[in-house]
Design a binder for this molecule. Structure first.
Ligand SMILES: Cc1cc2nc3c(=O)[nH]c(=O)nc-3n(C[C@H](O)[C@H](O)[C@H](O)COP(=O)(O)OP(=O)(O)OC[C@H]3O[C@@H](n4cnc5c(N)ncnc54)[C@H](O)[C@@H]3O)c2cc1C
Length: 341
């Protein structure tokens, strides 16, 4: 099917902050066969391409003089392997949470802790989504992508994606170059739940559950998330606005000595991860509001748009938080969502 290119389209329905900026050119992609036409259009009109999925990790600060392409490539496939694992491939435009639920209903386990993360399958590798002790890198086998530079299809294995904490080659090294069209995961027929993280075990005790069923665990994690995070349909947001800073152990130990309640976790060898939300909270930002931009009252890590805030308003608060935290703790917070233009 041919792809339709439109002009001056509002992106308000396409980003979870609800920022009202427009795209100079706009198209919806529903099959990989349309990719060469997108590349041709961008070259002919001398505009770069911005692929988006659910728009749940974006800060749009002004109108975009680009071709914005919303990825809606669908498709689900599952195949059992001789070693007892299951290979599951999803089109990049599939919505993440329904996809996770589908895998569990099919008896393929491993993604349950990533329940209720907004967005699409194709965006999940961009920042190596993670929650409750699991990251997508732990389950991803390979992905298919289209290279806008060469016009060719490419396959990346998990190793080649260079995954890091909320990071990948697609985010840091080649932003905007590859459109992910499908992602293949290796899941398990055996349910081996990860229960030690983020209050899951306590919730299980409260519900008198010794060992949860897979869908029960997905529900429980969804319930925990709903108590902590605002629903974008009600209050615009992009989830955690800052990454948890990773600092050398000796710096973390000095801070812990000065601030005994500091929340930190061991990370890779020689490094510690600090809870960014704790640092922000100590500086009294939780619930702060400037016009329609603010910091969520229940979670200092989440910046929110109460209605008419712009991306610039949100970045202004973010900058003030970064300066404040740096002055107090000597730690620079890094913004997690992608900012455009
Ligand atoms: C309430 C809330 C809770 C959240 N919780 C978590 C969480 O627990 N853990 C976590 O890791 N994240 C979390 N997020 C962030 C977000 O859900 C994820 O980053 C998600 O993967 C973004 O998907 P998306 O389709 O909305 O991507 P978009 O916001 O549309 O795009 C994000 C980036 O990916 C690029 N991109 C999108 N699709 C493609 C593609 N097919 N090919 C190439 N590039 C592409 C875009 O250009 C952009 O740079 C949360 C967000 C919200 C709003």
């Amino acid at each position: 099917m041919t792809i339709e290119f439109q002009e001056n389209i509002s992106l308000k329905p396409y980003n979870s902050f609800g920022f009202d900026v427009s795209a100079r050119y706009f198209a919806v992609l529903d099959n990989a066969g349309q990719l060469p036409a997108i590349r041709d259009f961008s070259q002919q009109n001398r505009v770069s391409v911005l692929f988006i999925g659910g728009g749940s990790n974006l800060v749009l600060t002004a109108d975009l003089d680009q071709l914005v392409v919303v990825n809606q490539i669908q498709g689900l496939q599952m195949q059992d392997n001789p070693d007892g694992s299951v290979s599951v491939t999803a089109g990049a435009g599939e919505e993440w949470h329904p996809f996770v639920r589908w895998t569990l209903q099919q008896g393929a386990y491993g993604l349950e802790n990533l329940s209720l993360i907004p967005g699409t399958v194709g965006a999940a590798p961009i920042q190596n989504i993670g929650a409750y002790g699991v990251e997508i890198k732990d389950r991803l086998s390979f992905l298919d992508a289209f290279d806008l530079e060469t016009g060719e299809s490419v396959v990346f294995t998990a190793d080649e994606c260079q995954f890091g904490y909320r990071d990948s080659l697609f985010k840091s090294r080649f932003p905007g170059r590859y459109l992910i069209t499908a992602v293949t995961f290796t899941l398990s027929r055996e349910f081996k739940p990860v229960l030690h993280y983020g209050g899951i075990d306590e919730q299980l005790r409260q519900r008198n559950i010794d060992f949860p069923e897979p869908l029960q665990l997905s529900d429980l994690i969804s319930d925990i998330r709903n108590t902590k995070l605002p629903q974008p349909a009600q209050i615009g947001n992009a989830g955690s606005f800052f990454k948890n800073p990773v600092i050398p152990v000796d710096q973390a130990e000095k801070l812990k000595h000065e601030y005994p309640n500091l929340v930190l976790f061991a990370d890779k060898s020689g490094y510690c991860k600090l809870a960014a939300g704790w640092l922000i909270d100590q500086q009294g930002w939780k619930g702060h509001r400037q016009g329609d931009a603010g910091v969520y009252a229940k979670q200092a890590l989440v910046l929110v748009n109460y209605g008419a805030a712009s991306g610039v308003d949100i970045l202004e608060i973010a900058g003030a938080i970064q300066a404040d935290v740096y002055q107090q703790f000597g730690v620079m917070l890094e913004i997690e969502p992608r900012c455009y233009p």
